[in-house]
Design a protein. Structure first.
Length: 311
């Protein structure tokens, strides 16, 4: 029995997997904005948020971005990433909202940890939720991917958050045939993840295909570091070292971007996109598992933070 072949004139319309992911991401962004009154895009300057910003610009081209971007700034972020954030936002003419962890500490809304193990990463939840309430945002675009961490694999593309900004993993709405339910009451909001079905490799290949700029720390560079829990931490006035932790110079790069106190680098000579893609293709450890100390504190660390209102 002979197989049925596509007519030749239809074969040219078959999309590559990157084009399919791009089309899905643009569709999700447009669907969410169509239902929203006050959307916002979380933009840290990291590769995932850069890709979502790129998709959003494509979704509404040639018009300008119809919503602001927001960064939850711990005050301990990498200087290169903050510089990239500001340059990017200025270049596209978008409005930047900064939700500051330092302000939350100064005003007594959160309590800062002390000591070598201290991190401001978990303190981001309160400034994020306050900014959402203060600005009356009803849709918040985030860069979570299902392959990053097992808690994120539980979440839907449209993730409902209650009036306290919290997520209940046992009470999620079905998403059959890519139909998204964005209904919510006033004071509630939706987190929307346009790249939920992307992998880290998809992100890098798409960045290469589109020629998207990234912060320099994603590529190999010489940096003063010290070793902690199998990771190379950047030497910084924001991080208190233990007595046995000695600083040395190494050629490193970062797979993910976050607070300096919990984001580790690793030895690498991958200095361009092609060599990064080759490196990622050979690894068997997720980027967060390899370089985010905050996810190693407990088996359910990410899910616990997400229940509280984290990204």
């Amino acid at each position: 029995m002979s197989s049925i072949a596509y007519p030749r004139y239809l074969m040219q319309y078959q999309l590559s997997h990157l084009s399919e992911l791009e089309a899905e991401g643009i569709h999700i962004i447009r669907e969410a904005v169509a239902e929203a009154e006050r959307p916002v895009l979380l933009f840290s300057g990291g590769k995932d948020s850069v890709v979502i910003l790129w998709l959003a610009m494509k979704a509404f081209h040639p018009a300008r971005l119809p919503f602001p971007v927001m960064h939850v700034d711990t005050g301990h972020n990498f200087p290169e990433v903050l510089e990239f954030r500001d340059q990017t936002v200025e270049s596209i003419g978008a409005k930047l909202i900064v939700a500051s962890v330092q302000d939350a500490i100064d005003e007594g809304r959160v309590t800062e940890q002390t000591g070598p193990a201290a991190s401001r990463n978990r303190l981001q939840t309160e400034p994020l939720l306050r900014a959402i309430v203060d600005n009356k945002f009803d849709v918040v675009f985030g860069g979570a991917r299902r392959d990053e961490e097992k808690a994120r694999a539980k979440e839907r593309v449209f993730s409902f958050r209650d009036g306290f900004g919290q997520w209940d993993p046992k009470n999620q709405r079905p998403e059959l045939w890519n139909l998204y339910n964005g209904r919510h009451r006033r004071g509630e909001h939706m987190r929307v993840f346009p790249i939920s079905n992307w992998t880290e490799m998809d992100i890098w290949q798409y960045i290469e295909r589109e020629g998207i700029d990234l912060p320099s720390i994603y590529f190999s560079h010489t940096r003063d570091v010290f070793e902690r829990d199998g990771m190379l931490m950047a030497e910084s006035p924001f991080i208190e070292r233990y007595d046995h932790e000695e600083v040395f110079s190494a050629v490193v790069r970062f797979r993910t971007v976050g607070d300096m106190s919990c984001t580790g680098a690793f030895a690498s000579t991958a200095s361009d996109l092609r060599s990064v893609i080759e490196e990622v293709s050979a690894t068997r450890i997720t980027e967060r598992g390899a370089s985010r100390a905050d996810d190693l504190t407990a088996e359910t660390a990410m899910e616990d933070r997400k229940r509280e209102g984290y990204f």
